[in-house]
Design a protein around this ligand. Structure first.
Ligand SMILES: Nc1nc2c(ncn2[C@@H]2O[C@H](COP(=O)(O)OP(=O)(O)O)[C@@H](O)[C@H]2O)c(=O)[nH]1
Ligand SMILES: [Mg+2]
Length: 218
C-alpha cells in the first residue's frame, strides 16, 4: 500500500512501464498568464518624473519589468522611432509590467512620462488602453497637472494615487480634490509605491472605477 501512495503522489515522474502519461508540464510561475485569466486590460501609469511610476510597476509586476534602461540598450531605437521620431532615446521613459487581479483579469501596465512634449507619444500609448493610474506627489502638486491634463484631453478615465514620501505634506481629501480639480467620482487613494499591498490597492481602485463607468454607460 505504501508504494502505491508514493507512485500516485502529485508531481511524480510518469510511470512509463504502466503507460501513465503523468502530470502535464507545470508553467514557470509568473512567466505566463494563468489559464483562469478571462480578460486583459491595458492600463497607463502616469505622472511626473520621480513620482514613483517605475517603482510601482516593479512592485506589482509578475514578470521582470521592462524599464527605460532596458529599452535604451535593446529595443530603444525601434520604440523611439515608432513612438516619437526625431527624439533621442534618452528622452523617452517607458516602463512595462503585468499584474493579474483575482486570477481572472490581467493588467498590462505601461508607465509613461507626464511632460507635455510627450503627448504625441501618449496618444500612441493610450491606444487600446482602458484607463490610467495617475501618481501624484504632494511635495509638488503642480508637477502632476500636465499628466492629469493629458488624461482629460485623451478622454481616458483615471484614478489618482498619492504616492507618500517621508516629507509629503498632509492634505485632507477635499483640499486635495479641489487642488487637483478632480471629478467627484474620480477615485483618490494614497499608496507607497514600494509596497505591494498598497500599490495593488491603488490599481484595484482604478479597476473598480472602470467597471463602474462601463456599467453606467451600458
Ligand atoms: N519613500 C518613498 N520613496 C519612493 C516611493 N516610490 C518611489 N520612491 C523613490 O523615489 C525615486 C523615484 O521613483 P521612480 O519610480 O524612479 O519614479 P519615476 O520617475 O516616476 O519612474 C526612487 O528613488 C524610488 O526609490 C515611495 O512610495 N516612498
Ligand atoms: Mg521611471
Amino acid at each position: 500500500m505504501a508504494s502505491k501512495a508514493v507512485s500516485d503522489a502529485p508531481g511524480r515522474a510518469p510511470d512509463a512501464a504502466a503507460g501513465h502519461p503523468g502530470p502535464p508540464p507545470v508553467a514557470q510561475p509568473g512567466k505566463y498568464v494563468t489559464p483562469s485569466v478571462a480578460g486583459a486590460a491595458k492600463i497607463l501609469v502616469v505622472g511626473p518624473l520621480g513620482v514613483g511610476k517605475t517603482t510601482l510597476i516593479g512592485t506589482v509586476s509578475e514578470i521582470a519589468p521592462l524599464s527605460t534602461e532596458a529599452m535604451m540598450t535593446r529595443a530603444g531605437a525601434r520604440v523611439d522611432t515608432h513612438v516619437h521620431s526625431g527624439k533621442t532615446t534618452t528622452t523617452v521613459a517607458l516602463d512595462f509590467g503585468r499584474m493579474t487581479i483575482d486570477g481572472d483579469l490581467v493588467l498590462y501596465l505601461f508607465g509613461t512620462p507626464g511632460q507635455p512634449r510627450f503627448l504625441p507619444a501618449w496618444r500612441d500609448l493610450a491606444k487600446g488602453s482602458l484607463g490610467a493610474l495617475a501618481l501624484v506627489d504632494t511635495r509638488d502638486l503642480e508637477a502632476s497637472f500636465d499628466a492629469l491634463g493629458n488624461l482629460e484631453d485623451l478622454g481616458l478615465p483615471f484614478a489618482v494615487a498619492v504616492n507618500l514620501f517621508p516629507e509629503s505634506p498632509q492634505h485632507d481629501e477635499k483640499e486635495l480634490r479641489a487642488a487637483l480639480d478632480l471629478l467627484p467620482e474620480t477615485p483618490l487613494v494614497t499608496c507607497d509605491a514600494r509596497d505591494t499591498r498598497s500599490s495593488v490597492g491603488a490599481l484595484i481602485a482604478l479597476v473598480g472605477h472602470l467597471i463602474n463607468a462601463a456599467t453606467e454607460s451600458s
